[in-house]
Design a protein around this ligand. Structure first.
Ligand SMILES: O=C(O)CCC(=O)C(=O)O
Length: 392
């Protein structure tokens, strides 16, 4: 276990130091057993309620959203990012009662989530001054991954520098390493940058910068659990000598959410994530992150909330409602409710950069008629979703 990668939850300044140096931190002792029990029960309830549907993000889930406002986590987030925090809409749950897809097929490709540049919204974020990206993902894992497979894997230090150097395919080097594992000599390709599997235990919180390259579900060697290799090497071991690998300790239940500073790079990230995806946008209509109780909770804790994902889904739904392929079929009461909901969200919408603006706010505010104002904004939003280059 490498102590330099961890810090106590009671020392937010140390968490920041570790995060800024390495791009991630294993925060020890952040949550009590009672926090974990309450959270897991809430995740179970939310998963059952959503069964068969895409699970909405956590701010709209009364069963679990309290965790986002946990005093220790907020104190750490503010130490990392400053006092003004924003919820960017990224808050998700992995829950399964027994070992299933989440446990057996985690996303085991090294990637980073920080995307969005002023000149190209899909490009991986990088800074001309090598500044640190101002958003962190917090992960709560319910199993002990010190000796078992399932941990988060990170590329140490990949939050800074040229992101091209850390892409999954670039990381394998031509240098061969040799190691004796379970009595067998193993030759494997080393990586150009060090990897680390976070040995988290229940009660810890794993935090990583959105620019840090990482992958899910690290496979650990039973005889050498501290040894981290590229996911491609893990896959080769799993295919050729699976008996060397430690099995998962149980279902890989976990929760992930972001804290961000309201700034240019997070504005671009939010706008990218709000774009329509191959899986469609209809399910976003079931998000409830604009419900008054959740919004009141956020306001009480001084956290602002971006609703771009919901705004774009509502706009596309209303724009396509009379076409042959509507995002979702709505009756007239539902159309009225969707319009009122969108109008309220547009009134509260604040952006943090001039790039890829969703709609012409001045025109919206100066148009007194509800329908005219709303239709103008819907048309702007639909246009904005298909722009590749920024019009600042
Ligand atoms: O499942 C995990 O451990 C990591 C999830 C992940 O890759 C992400 O949130 O970007």
């Amino acid at each position: 276990m490498s102590d330099q990668y961890q810090a106590s939850a009671s020392d937010p300044a140390a968490v920041r130091e570790v995060c800024e140096t390495y791009g991630f931190c294993l925060i020890k002792g952040a949550l009590s057993q009672s926090d974990l029990d309450t959270l897991l029960a809430g995740m179970r309830a939310a998963a059952h309620a959503a069964s068969g549907w895409v699970m909405p993000d956590i701010l709209g889930l009364p069963e679990v959203r309290q965790i986002y406002f946990h005093p220790s986590l907020l104190a750490i987030a503010r130490a990392l990012l400053g006092s003004a925090l924003v919820y960017d809409g990224e808050g998700s749950i992995n829950f399964e009662e027994t070992i299933g897809t989440h446990t057996l097929n985690p996303y085991a490709e090294l990637h980073c989530d920080a995307k969005g540049m002023p000149g190209n919204i899909t490009e991986t974020w990088h800074s001309p001054t090598d500044a640190i990206y101002r958003a962190y993902r917090f992960g709560i894992y319910f199993q002990d991954y010190r000796h078992a497979s399932g941990a988060l894997k990170v590329v140490v230090g990949s939050h800074r520098g040229d992101p091209a150097a850390f892409q999954d395919s670039q990381l394998l080097s031509a240098v061969t390493g040799n190691r004796v594992v379970g009595g067998t000599a193993m030759a494997y390709p080393q990586t150009t940058h060090p990897l680390y599997n976070l040995p988290s235990q229940p009660g810890d919180v794993v935090v990583w910068n959105l620019r840090t390259f990482h992958s899910a579900g690290a496979k650990l060697l039973t005889d050498d659990p501290g040894f981290a290799v590229h996911p491609a090497v893990e896959a080769a071991i799993a295919a050729q000598a699976p008996h060397l690998l430690a099995p998962p300790p149980g279902p890989r239940n976990a929760m992930f959410f972001d804290y961000a500073a309201p700034c240019e790079e997070i504005d671009l990230y939010i706008k990218l994530r709000a774009r329509p995806t191959a899986s469609g946008v209809a399910h976003r209509l079931d998000r409830r992150n604009d419900d008054p109780a959740g919004m009141a909770l956020a306001a009480t804790h001084g956290v602002s909330v971006r609703h771009d994902g919901l705004i774009t889904a509502l706009a596309l739904t209303l724009a396509t409602k009379d076409t042959a392929s509507p995002v979702r079929k709505l009756n007239s009461d539902e159309v009225r409710a969707a319009a009122a909901r969108l109008y309220a969200l547009l009134q509260g919408h604040v952006e943090y950069s001039p790039y890829f603006t969703l709609f012409d706010r001045a025109r919206f505010e100066q148009t007194p008629k509800f329908n005219t104002a709303l239709n103008g904004a819907i048309s702007d939003i639909v246009d904005s979703l298909f722009i590749k280059k920024a019009r600042a």
